[in-house]
Design a protein around this ligand. Structure first.
Ligand code: TYR
Length: 317
């Protein structure tokens, strides 16, 4: 797979592709980052952007991971001390998931966001962005936005200034980060910074086919035990032949195929024997033609996801 193909696989959008191609031609080692609000539960949604960082790393990018402790604090997720402690756990999970430790800069927000230069830039940006725009940019990111605090309006401004002061060329995030990224794209130039290129990954549905929510027990967390994975997959939504709304197929597409060249679905001889797939699209067609039973698909997905999560479990011991 060539560099551009690797960067583009499994993404929902690139803003813009022309700019990305220009960057690849111009810079030997471009820089990209993702920021994460520290979280006690790292789930496969977080892992989706980690996978993209691994792709970018393979494509020659220098990677920064921002452990956004101040952002989590501003977004009312806990005290600064609490979020900082979880951030270190998150860092160990990301490395266990395959980010190359030598090639990745892990940065705590609180280590650079409280200085004068940073703050002056946030204040400058606060004059350029309307309250309405700041609020809308937080639609899919902010907690309890029916009654937002001022801190949650500072949040997107700081995210934009992160991009500038971490000196990254590319900001990566789920599509839920889109409005904040657009705010950064439209305003950083006037503060004297480069306009960032943005890569957005899709947001995956939960295992029951509805939106992921911690209250619904419908997602995989990287610290789930092997038994929990089998239990969750057993009751997951996966209809015979349905390739549109299928969280198990989505796991193959976004998490398993990027890490394995060939996938074997094990089946007893009497049910037709093992199936071997060399790409996601082959598997999808096979499932659409009802050549694979949901039960076999689930068991195989559980086996591979358990393999992927095994190094994370070891970190947690
Ligand atoms: N907004 C991101 C989230 O929803 C976290 C983040 C914070 C990302 C600061 C980047 C950034 O610079 O989790």
């Amino acid at each position: 797979m060539d560099r551009l193909e690797l960067i583009k696989r499994n993404v929902q959008e690139i803003v813009t592709e022309e700019e990305l191609e220009g960057l690849l031609n111009k810079k030997e080692t471009p820089r990209a980052y993702v920021g994460y609000e520290p979280s006690g539960k790292i789930h496969m949604g977080h892992v989706l952007t980690v996978n993209k960082l691994i792709d970018l790393q393979k494509a020659g990018f220098k990677i920064t991971v921002l452990l956004a402790d101040v952002h989590a604090y501003l977004n009312r997720k806990g005290t600064l001390e609490e979020v900082r402690k979880i951030a270190d756990y998150n860092r160990r999970c990301f490395i266990a998931l395959g980010l190359d430790e030598e090639q990745t800069d892990f940065v705590y927000g609180s280590d650079f966001q409280l200085g004068a230069e940073y703050m002056l830039n946030v204040l400058k940006l606060s004059r350029a962005v309307t309250l309405n725009r700041a609020k809308r940019s937080m639609d899919e990111v902010g907690r309890a936005m029916d009654d937002p605090t001022v801190s949650q309006m500072v949040y997107p401004l700081m995210q934009a200034i992160d991009i500038a002061l971490l000196e990254v060329d590319v900001a990566v995030g789920g599509i839920d980060q889109r409005k904040i990224h657009m705010l950064a794209r439209e305003n950083l130039k006037s503060l004297g910074f480069e306009t960032p290129i943005c890569i957005h990954t899709p947001i995956l549905l939960g295992l029951d086919g509805t939106k992921m929510a911690s209250s619904k027990d419908n997602f995989i967390s990287v610290d789930d035990t092997e038994e929990e994975i089998y239990r969750k997959f057993k009751k997951a939504f996966c209809k015979m032949g349905d390739v549109e709304e299928n969280p198990i197929l989505a796991l193959f597409r976004y998490h398993i195929f990027p890490r394995y060249e060939t996938i074997v679905i094990e089946r007893p001889e009497k049910f037709g024997g093992n199936l071997v797939y060399n790409s996601y699209s082959e598997m999808e067609s096979g499932f659409a033609e009802e050549k694979v039973h949901p039960m076999d698909l689930k068991n195989s997905a559980a086996k591979y996801i358990n393999e992927i999560l095994d190094p994370v479990r070891k970190v947690l011991l």
